[in-house]
Design a protein around this ligand. Sequence first.
Ligand code: HEC
Length: 144
Amino acid sequence: MPGRTLGLVVMALVALAGCGPGGGGGGDDGGGMRLRTRSRGATEATCPDGSTLTYETFGREFFEAYCVRCHDSQLATVGERNGAPLGTDLDTLAGVEMHLEAVDSAAAAGPTRVNLYMPPPSSSAIPSDAERDQLGEWIACGAP
Ligand code: HEC
């Protein structure tokens, strides 16, 4: 827990530094100031030529690490799912595809914003902004 708190503090400092009046900037980390928020919204991520992210190279591992402890089709009750709604199952690609837009606005990042709605802040494993960027890219590429 202390380690994660420290990590969050460091991330907040990095985010603040990125927002400094550096002038000219824009080049670092996808371009200057980004909204980091628990409110949900479109990431405006785009699919770069030659993106290598697929469910096999990225998605499965991401959802297993950060989502499936609550959003698993094997968990039958809301209680077992730590309150996650029944039917929002992210343990297969088909399940993810059914909720692609909601996943994007809950957990992905892009040039203008970092969506921090999911996982809940109290969750034991939280993805980095870089991983959220990858999620945004993967979804923008059509979740291959
Ligand atoms: C610790 C448990 C937990 C984890 C881990 C978790 N969620 Fe959730 N999720 C919830 C709960 C509880 C809700 C419902 C309450 C709410 O919407 O705030 C929810 C709701 C959602 C919804 C909204 C469903 C709807 O129809 O409104 C989406 C989408 C979602 N989660 C995606 C994710 C993604 C993607 C991850 C991983 C990056 C994730 N969740 C990780 C507990 C969790």
